[in-house]
Ligand binder design. Sequence first.
Ligand SMILES: [Zn+2]
Length: 505
Amino acid sequence: MLTKILSCAVVGIDGEAINIEADVSKGHPVFIVVGLADKAVDESRQRIPTAIRNSGFEYPYSKKIIVNLAPADLKKEGAAFDLPIAVGILISSGQVQANLDNSIFIGELALDGTLRPTRGILPVAIWAREKEYKRIFVPAINAKEAAIVTGVDVIPIDSLQEIALHLNNQKIIKPFKITEELKDEQIIDEVDMAYISGQEHAKRALEVAAAGAHNVSLSGPPGSGKTLLSRSMVSILPKMALEEQLEVTKIYSIAGCLSQNMPLVINRPFRSPHHTSSGVALVGGGTFPKPGEISLAHRGVLFLDEFAEFPRYVLENLRQPLEDGVVTVSRAQGTFTFPARFILVASQNPCPCGYVGDPDRECVCTQVQIMKYKNKISGPIIDRIDLHVEVPRLAFEKLNQKEKAESSASIRDRVNQARSKQSARLKEYGIFTNNEMTAQIVKDVCRLNSETQQLIKQAVNSLHLSARSFHRILKVSRTIADLEDSDEITSPHVAEALQYRPKTE
Ligand SMILES: [Zn+2]
C-alpha cells in the first residue's frame, strides 16, 4: 500500500514542500530511500525501524519498503523527515489509519521512538500558514517556537506512539497554545547606558548612529570600554515590531539557536564573533547553508572587536551586506541569500600594541607597523562607516562617578523620534534611514542654508575632504538635526558631524 505524506524543507530561510511517498508491498525484503537523500536521511534507514519497534509497533521486515522524497533535485538535509517517513510506513503497513489531509509532519526520531529537537521549525510553520495548511505536527520541544505563528494548529508530539494514538483517534493531542506573554527580559545581556560612566562623546556618537542606522568605528586602547559601549547600543535602538521579530526568529530557527526559554527573538540581536571564527561561521554557508553571524545580527548590532585582525576576505564579504542588507552564499547546490541588515560597530586599537597616543603608557610599535595596521581595512569598508570615534581610557575618578548617566530608555525616545522623522521624509525613496541614502538622495533632502553652506565649504577646503566624505558628513548632519527635531540642518549640526570623520582624512 502507498501512503502520501507532506513535509517541508528549509531552503535559504524559506520553506519548500517535500512530498513523501512510503510504499510497503510484498517482495524482496528491503528498505530503500530515494530522492537525493544525504547521509543523515540515509541514517534514518537505520533509525526508523528501531524507533518503530521500540514504540510497540511491528516493523515489516519481510516486506519491500520504498520511500521516495520529491522533488528529487532538492538536496534534503538532516533527520527532519524521520517522523513523516515512520508515519508513512505505519499507515502503509496497516497499523495506523489516518486522514493526512491538510497536515504537515516534521521531526527527528530517537531510537526509542521519542522526538528530538529539530532545527528550522519556525520557517516551516510560517510556510504552512502561507500555504493554508491546517495543522503541523512538530516535536513537542519545538512547539513553542512553531506556535508563535498564528493561524495554523501546532500539534506537539513527544513520541511516535503518541502520534499513532492521535491519528487513530484513540487519544487526541490538543494544539499547543502559547499562554504566557512572551517577555521582554528574555535577553539579559542588554546593558543600560545609565551604568556607563563618562565616555559622553562615544555615547553621543552611538546615539547618532542608532538614530540614523549609521555604522560606527570605535578606536581606543584596551580597557577603554569599547565592548561595553557597543553592547549598550542595542538598548537605545527602537524596539522591534512583531514582523521584524518573526523575521529574525526565522534566522535563529534555521541556525538552531532557539530554545524553549527563547522561542521568539524579541530584542534586537547583538553578535560579537571573534576574529578567529571561520569564514562560514561569520558569513554563512556550509554543505547545507546555514546563516552566519552577520545574519544572526540582522536588525541588530554586529560588533567586530579588533576589526583589523579579521581576515581580509571576511571584511570583503561585508561589502554586500553593508550595501544591500543581504549576503549571498554560493554552494554546489546553488546560491542562497540570507538577510544581513545590521549596524556595524567596528572597534580597534589605535595601533598593534594599543597605546599610541596614550598619555600614560608608551607605544612599542614602529611607524611601519602602525601604517600597515591602519591600511588593513580597505577603503570601500571605511566608506560604509559614517561615524569614527575615539574612545580614550578614562581616569579612575571619572569611572567611579556616583551620579547615574541618562538611561537608555530616555535616549531611545529621541532615537525613535528621529527615526519617524526620517521614515516620513524618505518614504518616497523606498528607504527608512539616513544611512541608506544614496548621493542623489542626499542632494535632494540635505539642503543647507547659506551660513551652513559656507561652513561646510570651508571645511571641505581646509580639511581636503573628498566627495564621499562630504556626503557622509551631510548624512550624519541630517541625523543630528533629526535628533533635535529640526527640519533644517544648521551649523552646529554640521560642526558635530565633522568631529566624526575618520582621522586618516
Ligand atoms: Zn603601539
